[in-house]
Design a binder for this molecule. Structure first.
Ligand SMILES: NC(=O)c1ccc[n+]([C@@H]2O[C@H](COP(=O)([O-])OP(=O)(O)OC[C@H]3O[C@@H](n4cnc5c(N)ncnc54)[C@H](OP(=O)(O)O)[C@@H]3O)[C@@H](O)[C@H]2O)c1
Ligand SMILES: [Zn+2]
Ligand SMILES: [Zn+2]
Length: 356
């Protein structure tokens, strides 16, 4: 296969009504207008992210562009490339994460921080500047500018790569940017899609890893994923013996009030970083200034990662054997997958397999 092939059917499982988010329906949709740098990928797999649930349930707000086809952990094969595409050819294995466009001109875009472009276009529930609607990967195909398409290493199966393109990248980026490496001790809060990668990537980068989980029955999994220590946050005084011992905390727990923020802050060394990767529906719990001042802790956020980081991450995953723990479902069971994520039942990522 070397010539451009037109996708015959643009179809996907869409949520049409926020009240019926558990029952996505198959619809036809119009992809964005084809541009010179665009790539069409025939989808084979798509991961199911916590963010898909926040969007379709209206948890982040009810101003959702309906019908919405979720999904931003997409892998498949390139079937068509625009005339100016240089990085891909038809037949290549490729993927798309949680971003499909940006302005290309701002300082973030010009400094490998396109994931912080103020004009970014999300993979779904988002509009291009010309009004075209972006739809996600619970679908037959996706079209995106080559800057937002990632090459998948030949050693990595496509179903493995899919969940890394959002969940993996979202934790890899803040780990690297906040200095995770040899001699550093990293805390990971929450073992879900993001958290199970955070443990593995922190280890792959050479750090020691302490896991904080509200599920005591995940201890064995945490150790298998490479964690050096497991702390059950349900126990009173869980943070006491870790006081002042962590350099960095990556928080992936998908709740707000339920995160024991002030206790976790005490585990940081002087000027240690607490990075909130999760984006729960509600605001963070109130913190007292003394929760931060005692050790000069820094509280920060993070948003997915850059293409450069995505490529580095995939290479590190191949080199160090980082693996997605996958529960595969056919794409027609997207509703069940969303429900399982909402109910915290997945260990640790649903991946939908193309069946349209
Ligand atoms: N910043 C970004 O760019 C970005 C990108 C992708 C996703 N996200 C966000 O990251 C969050 C996690 O996504 P995910 O796909 O990893 O979700 P997930 O697979 O559902 O994992 C969330 C984890 O949160 C913990 N948790 C759930 N309920 C809890 C409770 N009641 N109390 C305490 N902890 C609880 C659980 O870990 P334990 O059982 O171990 O406690 C659970 O496994 C979501 O908010 C998502 O929107 C952000
Ligand atoms: Zn995501
Ligand atoms: Zn920009």
């Amino acid at each position: 296969m070397s010539h451009n092939e037109e996708i015959k059917e643009w179809k996907g499982y869409a949520v049409k009504d926020l009240k019926a988010w558990e029952r996505p329906e198959l619809i036809d949709f119009q992809p964005k207008q084809f541009g010179d740098y665009d790539i069409d990928i025939k989808i084979e797999y798509c991961g199911v992210c916590g963010s898909d649930v926040h969007t379709v349930t209206g948890g982040w707000g009810d101003d959702v562009l309906l019908p919405v086809i979720p999904g931003h952990e997409i892998t498949g094969r390139v079937v068509k490339v625009g005339p100016k595409v240089t990085e891909f050819k038809v037949g290549d294995r490729a993927g798309v994460g949680a971003q499909v466009c940006s302005c290309f001109e701002c300082v973030p875009c010009k400094t490998d921080n396109e994931n912080y472009c103020p004009k970014m276009v999300d993979t779904y529930n988002s509009k291009y500047p010309n009004g075209d609607i972006a739809q996600g990967g619970y679908s037959t195909a996706i079209r995106a500018h080559e800057r937002f398409v990632f090459p998948i290493p030949k050693e990595m199966p496509l179903e493995q790569a899919a969940p890394m393109l959002c969940a993996g990248l979202t934790v890899y980026s803040p780990l690297v940017r906040n200095g995770a490496g040899p001699g550093k001790r990293v805390g990971v809060v929450g073992i879900g899609g993001l958290g199970h990668f955070a443990i593995q990537f922190a280890k792959a980068l050479g750090a020691e890893v302490v896991v904080f989980s509200h599920s005591p029955n995940k201890e064995e999994d945490a150790k298998e994923l490479g964690a050096d220590s497991f702390v059950s946050t349900g126990q009173d005084g869980f943070a006491d013996s870790w006081m002042g011992k962590l350099d960095l905390i990556i928080c992936t727990a998908d709740v707000s009030a339920g995160i024991p923020m002030s206790e976790l802050m005490t585990t940081l060394r002087v000027h240690g970083h607490f990075i909130m990767c999760a984006m729960p529906d509600d605001a963070l719990p109130a913190l007292k200034t003394t929760d931060l001042s005692g050790n000069g802790a820094l509280l920060g956020g993070s948003h997915i990662g850059s293409k450069k980081e995505a490529i580095d991450m995939l290479n590190l995953a191949v080199k160090k054997g980082v693996k997605a723990y996958i529960e595969m479902l056919p794409m027609k069971e997207a509703g069940k997958a969303l429900k399982n994520v909402k109910e915290d039942k997945v260990r640790y990522r649903h991946v939908l397999k193309m069946d349209i």
